[in-house]
Design a protein around this ligand. Structure first.
Ligand code: PYC
Length: 308
């Protein structure tokens, strides 16, 4: 299996270039469901240790439904599929350019949650127009062990997020462990209290928000579904954040919001009004880091990844 790795603002993406499973026909959402149902070893083999790690997001290229789209893509992490992934879309566009498969300019990618646009502004800088994003619940309070009452919003940005500024831990890199433990506790409390996204969707991302260090407008720490933190400012998390800012009247259409990650990487974000919420734009940079052939030796006890 051939893969190309990149990072976007520090967050890794592994694009499966060939050797992935045949998912048959049907919508992207149907094919994404089939990925784990019919090929349960595929995603862990590609991105769990020892070949990958928790922070990595995989991108499996598939035929698009609409031939005018550049490609279909199914994003996955160590535990599940992601509906959309902002950093990986930036990484994917830069990877396809690196391979000579696409040029600078506008491209359309189909994901299980809808079509997104990726405009390669330079070989490394990409502008993503994400699926429509919206706030579902505002000012939800949960009692969290060790933190007390935590209040935040539930919003959709291609994945489901709980966004809060009420955690009393500084958003500093050296507090990573505390931030992770707090975010996992918040996610567990949401489950305990039956707080979900629309249609009972599991809220698998927690976004802690606060003031920026640099000239950005805000800083975040994002807990991803597998327990890793997002090194980038999280494209879908920024989209969820934009939806909340717009609804609170704190950001106008077209106005730029610069979002800083826990490692100080940044995205330039803005939105246009949507039918229900906002249509977010996220601009960031990715760099290819390696090209590799993954080897799955029959005698390797961990050939399908370390998982328990
Ligand atoms: O950039 O949307 C994103 C993302 C989701 C999980 C990791 N990165």
């Amino acid at each position: 299996m051939r893969v190309i790795d990149s990072h976007t603002g520090g967050e890794p993406t592994r694009v499966v270039v060939d050797g992935g499973p045949d998912l048959g026909s049907g919508s992207l959402a149907e094919r994404a469901a089939r990925l784990w149902e019919d090929h349960p070893d595929f995603c862990p083999s590609v991105i769990c240790e020892p070949r990958g790690h928790d922070a990595m997001v995989g991108a499996l290229l598939v035929e698009p439904d609409d031939p005018s789209s550049t490609a279909g893509v199914i994003y996955f992490n160590t535990v599940a599929n992601l509906g959309m992934c902002g950093h990986a879309t930036i990484g994917l566009a830069v990877t396809l350019y690196h391979m000579g498969r696409i040029g600078l300019g506008l491209h359309r990618f189909e994901t299980p949650v809808g079509v997104v646009e990726a405009e390669l502004l330079t070989p490394n800088r990409v502008r993503v127009v994400n699926v429509e994003s919206y706030r579902f619940l505002a000012n939800v309070s949960v009692e969290v062990e060790g933190l007390g009452t935590v209040t935040g919003d539930v919003a959709y940005g291609g994945n489901w997020f709980f966004l809060t500024d009420s955690v009393p831990i500084p958003l500093e890199f050296d507090r990573m462990m505390d931030l992770t433990v707090a975010s996992v506790a918040i996610r567990d409390a949401l489950v305990r209290d039956g707080i979900t996204g629309e249609n009972h969707a599991y809220i698998d991302h927690v976004e802690l928000i606060g003031p920026a260090h640099g000239k950005a407008n805000g800083r975040n720490f994002v807990l991803c579904p597998g327990g890793a933190y997002d090194r980038s400012p999280c494209g879908t998390g920024c989209s969820a954040k934009l939806a909340c800012l717009a609804e609170d009247g704190k950001l106008n259409p077209g106005e730029v919001w610069e979002q800083e990650s826990i490692i100080d990487s940044t995205y330039e974000c803005s939105f246009q009004p949507g039918e229900r919420g906002v249509v977010p734009t996220v601009i960031g940079e990715a760099f290819v880091t390696s090209e590799a052939i993954l080897i799955f030796a029959g005698t390797d006890p961990y050939r399908t990844g370390i998982r328990f």
